[in-house]
Structures are given as C-alpha cells and as structure tokens.
Write a protein that binds this ligand. Sequence first.
Ligand SMILES: Cc1ncc(C[n+]2csc(CCOP(=O)(O)OP(=O)(O)O)c2C)c(N)n1
Ligand SMILES: [Mg+2]
Length: 279
Amino acid sequence: MRESKIRDLELMANTIRKDIVDIAFKAQGPSHPGPALSCTDIVTALYFYSMNVDPKHPDMEDRDRLVLSKGHACPVIYSALAEKGYFPKEWLTTVRRTGSKLQGHPDMKKTPGVDMTSGSLGNGLSAALGMSVYLKNRGSNAQVYCILGDGEIQEGTVWESVLAAPAMKVDNLTAIVDCNHLQSCGAVYDIQHIPGMTAAWENLGWNVITINGHNMAEIVSALDMAKGFRGKPTCIMANTIKGKGVSYMEFDNAWHQKVPTAEQYEQAIRELEEERSWL
Ligand SMILES: Cc1ncc(C[n+]2csc(CCOP(=O)(O)OP(=O)(O)O)c2C)c(N)n1
Ligand SMILES: [Mg+2]
C-alpha cells in the first residue's frame, strides 16, 4: 500500500484519539478512554480501509459488519461512525447523556451504523458467527469482523464460537483480539492468563496472524490476508497498549474508566496535536 494512504489512516486515527479524549472529558459520567485508545488503529483501518459500508445505507444487506464485542470501548466506534458520516459529529458531545443516541455501551437500535448491541462481555463472537453464516448462505462476499478484549476471552461463551466457527468453515469471519495485557481489575497474566493462546486458536482450526496493533501497515496487511484466506476463519492477535497515544494513560489501568481533569484533558489534546504535526 502507498505510504500516503498509510499516513491518511494514521491521521484519521489521531483524529479519533482526540475525539475519544474529548468524549472522556465531556461525557455524562466516566467513559472508557484506555480501552478505546488501545483499539483505535484497528478500528480506523477497518472503517477507513477494509470495510465495505455506506453511511447513506446503514442497513445495506451485503455490507461488511463490525461487532465490537468489548463494547465498553464504544467511544472509538462513535467517533469512527461520525467521521464516516453516519451522524453529525456534534452527537459526540452527548455520550452517556439521558436520551442520547450514544450510550455508554453500543446499542444497535439507537445508533446508526452499530451492527450489534454489546457491553455484556463474551457474546460478540457468537453474534458475529451468526452473521457470517447468514451472509455465506446468501452467497454474499461480505466480511464480518469482531473485536474482543484479551480479558474478555476468559468468558466460556467465547470458546463455543471459537470451536464452532472452523467447523462451519466461515472464512468471511475475522476475530481481532485486542491484546493490551490488562483487564478492568488488573493484568490478564495475574488474573486468568490463557497459556499458549495463539496455538490454542490455531489448534482449534483458525488461521492466526500476530501483529503490532499500532502499526498501520501491519494492520492493513493482516486485514488483507484475512480476507484472502479460504476455508477457515482468521484470528488477528493484535499486541496493543491500553491508553495508547496519551502518555499518562498508557499502561495505566486507572484509565480503564475515568474522567480527566481539565489539565489532563488539555495535556492529552496537546500531545495528540504534537503527534499529528510529525505524522
Ligand atoms: C459479562 C461481563 N462481566 C463483566 C463486565 C465488566 N467489565 C467491563 S470491561 C471489563 C474488562 C475487560 O477487559 P478486556 O477484555 O481485556 O478489555 P480492555 O478494557 O482491556 O480493552 C470488565 C470485567 C462486563 N462488561 N461484562
Ligand atoms: Mg485487555
């Protein structure tokens, strides 16, 4: 891919990061900036490179679909959908407010462009699998993407779909695990680490690609490869940093769910603007 296209995607990711920080500051109650920032580059590549979607026709039958199974990270998709043109950017100032179409977790009945309601962890991959089977049965070429957290995959329901998807040969399904090594109460490694996780998915019949989830060139090439694989679903293991892009949020799990002070907000915006200047 041409370098200029990668740069465009990096600029968009920077814009989305600023929106996430803005939402964290202005939302009614604490949003989840750390989890949203860790999958910002992935979500940017999906909406602005890979996915065949049309904001004018959010319900188009043969569209690609995204299930944000780690639904608490929804500020990232709210920003991406607004930037894409599904709804006015001003809506982003209403997150978590009573009556807003942008609630604390994604609601497919409220928000244009949201393909699946989520927030109760562990359910998204089953929904994505159902969509994949439906689309394949229709003879559609549409792809289904599902973003899961590395803590989330401790949920038993996830593994029913990990087992079922290869048996159903859904090569239109790509699971992306946001491996930021933290969950809400601490480090995944300390709480319930899954030993040999990559090999586990491979042994259960998935193509597995491991990438740096903040390297745009690696993300787009993994997404291209996933689309090209035949006969099996793909899992992209993306190594990420919780809070990526804001120095004091990176690796600090306090930012799993927290409101920045005015000073912290200004610092975050300053840092992201500086990053933009050298992109
Ligand atoms: C079924 C269920 N149990 C508990 C929660 C509360 N909860 C919200 S986020 C979170 C941690 C998720 O960690 P991870 O999947 O690693 O996502 P990250 O925030 O690191 O991106 C938990 C336990 C929930 N949303 N759903
Ligand atoms: Mg995590």
